[in-house]
Design a binder for this molecule. Structure first.
Ligand SMILES: C[S@@+](CC[C@H](N)C(=O)[O-])C[C@H]1O[C@@H](n2cnc3c(N)ncnc32)[C@H](O)[C@@H]1O
Length: 209
């Protein structure tokens, strides 16, 4: 066999499904080192939608690992495709419910930023209990963040925003902080829609002391 043929045989075929996180036990915390193969800081995008935001951020922050969490299979698949097509080894996708994941599967004090962008607002009063921002969820975010870590919350829905702030403020493990510089943040799919409709975007940032 010539050296050229040897080299051709050595080419690895990329796996288009490599970005999926394989869950073997939904009661066990995730192992970041096993998932990403390194100890880089981890950011989580909860309800990542089509993944435009998290993929863009993964591209511009190659030294950070990103976990996209999305409960709809079609959307989760889109994110996996983005990770493959854009060659993003630092982006992984899990199809799970955000609150469950945060509560049971994130190692304590292991995450640098939790992004919650345009969560479903569930505007009807009888549906408010379906909103992701609930005391237990906020506690799980505080537990997951490492010291100095951040919770970034963005929504177009002012009523949800006003209702959520006291819930987050009540969590003693988080302290309200100044907003981050979002001027260069990639826009999310829903953000584009809301901006086109002229809606006000509300943001809040909380820090783990
Ligand atoms: C309004 S969209 C926003 C998507 C994206 N963050 C954006 O800004 O374009 C809300 C997304 O969160 C997902 N989602 C809603 N509740 C969820 C939950 N409890 N766990 C995981 N994903 C959820 C929905 O499937 C949807 O993709």
């Amino acid at each position: 066999m010539s050296s050229t043929e040897t080299n051709r045989c050595a080419v690895t075929v990329p796996n288009p499904d490599a970005a999926w996180v394989t869950i073997t036990d939904i009661c066990e915390p995730l192992d970041w080192k096993a998932i990403f193969g390194n100890d880089h800081p981890v950011e989580i995008d909860l309800g990542a939608g089509d993944g435009g935001f998290v993929a863009n951020r993964a591209k511009t922050h190659p030294e950070t690992n990103f976990l996209a969490v999305e409960r709809l299979l079609g959307r989760a698949r889109k994110i996996v495709k983005k990770a493959f097509r854009q060659n993003l080894p630092n982006l992984r996708v899990v199809r799970l419910e955000s609150s469950y994941l945060m509560h049971y599967m994130i190692p304590v004090a292991s995450v640098s930023i939790v992004h919650l962008m345009f969560p479903d607002p569930w505007p009807k009063r009888r549906h408010h209990e379906r909103r992701v921002i609930q005391p237990d969820f906020v506690k799980s975010v505080a537990t997951a963040l490492r010291p100095g870590g951040e919770f970034r919350f963005t929504t177009d829905h002012s009523e949800y925003f006003q209702a959520a702030l006291p819930v987050i403020n009540a969590e003693t493990g988080l302290k309200s902080g100044p907003l981050w510089d979002f001027s260069t943040d990639p826009h999310t799919e829903f953000q584009e829609e809301f901006l086109a409709e002229g809606r006000v975007i509300n943001r809040a940032r909380y820090l783990k002391p």
